[in-house]
Design a protein around this ligand. Structure first.
Ligand SMILES: Nc1nc2c(c(=O)[nH]1)N[C@H]1C(S)=C(S)[C@@H](COP(=O)(O)O)O[C@H]1N2
Ligand SMILES: [Mo]
Length: 256
């Protein structure tokens, strides 16, 4: 299924039946997947942004609190990677080409997101670019011992997951290139970190294929090995997923 940017519509506050339906659907959303349906009624974004409004029935209020707890727990007391002046940004060398072996057709590219029960949804680059554009100037550190300051732009993974109502109640994510030859495991806390971006620009320009076009991960509290280039799929997992460099002796978390 393809998603377009949705303008959340506020359901009529007086329409109890509509709200009851929203509650029913949002419960199901956190169990499995049926999240797209809720989007039509306002969705996760609307629910969490309007907690102050009166007249919200108890069950809906509880859903609100659950959502706030999920996101709040991950944004609180999280260390931030240092940011730098844009003038200090340079272009890193191309390092690591696993998963980039084939030519990529940008028009055919999709980001596939798979829930724990195997259902999948697909997103275009426009779907990602419809989210707030975050820019940050952070250090890309490679375990080989070099580091480069880079000006990145993209969408927060946290915004992507919440806007498109993708389940955030699962402890791990597996990210892979379209051909699945390079793969990175991330814990949910790292995925929801405010500096974890789905990046489409490097130093003010669209990513080049060698740097991961059309979309790559950037997560500056971790070494470069986790910054998967040419992201093709994200799968939610309950067990700690495989990781290309962890299988070759590096630390699975690879934080620094
Ligand atoms: N698909 C893919 N992504 C990858 C790699 C790779 O081999 N394949 N190497 C990683 C490593 S080790 C580093 S240091 C960074 C380097 O990013 P850059 O090539 O944009 O400098 O990409 C990371 N992402
Ligand atoms: Mo690296």
């Amino acid at each position: 299924m393809m998603e377009n940017e949705e303008t959340p519509q506020r359901p009529a506050a007086s329409d109890a039946a509509t709200e009851a339906e929203a509650v029913r659907r949002s419960r199901r959303a956190f169990i499995g997947w049926g999240l797209a349906g809720l989007a039509g009624l306002g969705g996760w974004g609307w629910l969490v942004s309007r907690p102050q409004e009166g007249g919200i029935p108890g069950p809906l209020r509880r859903v609100l609190e659950f959502n706030e707890n999920v996101s709040g727990a991950y944004f609180k007391e999280t260390r931030l990677a240092p940011e730098f002046a844009r003038s200090r940004a340079t272009t890193p060398r191309v390092n690591g080409k696993y998963g980039l072996e084939d030519e990529l057709d940008p028009a055919a590219w999709r980001l596939r997101v798979q829930s724990i029960d195997g259902q999948a949804r697909e997103f275009t680059l426009a779907d990602v670019q419809a989210l707030p554009k975050i820019e940050m100037v952070t250090e890309l550190k490679c375990i080989e011992g070099w580091s480069v300051i880079v000006h990145w732009a993209g969408a927060r993974m946290a915004d992507f997951l919440s806007h498109y109502q993708l389940p955030a109640a699962v402890p791990y994510l597996l990210l892979q290139t379209p051909n699945e030859k390079y793969y990175v495991g991330l814990d949910l806390k790292s995925a929801l970190h405010p500096q974890t971006l789905l990046c489409y620009e490097m130093n003010g320009r669209r990513l080049t294929p060698a740097h991961g076009a059309p979309l790559r991960l950037v997560t500056p509290l971790k070494y470069g090995i986790k910054h998967l280039k040419r992201l093709g799929s994200i799968a939610f997992t309950t067990e700690r997923p495989k990781d290309f460099w962890a299988e070759r002796g590096y630390d699975w978390d690879s934080g620094h």
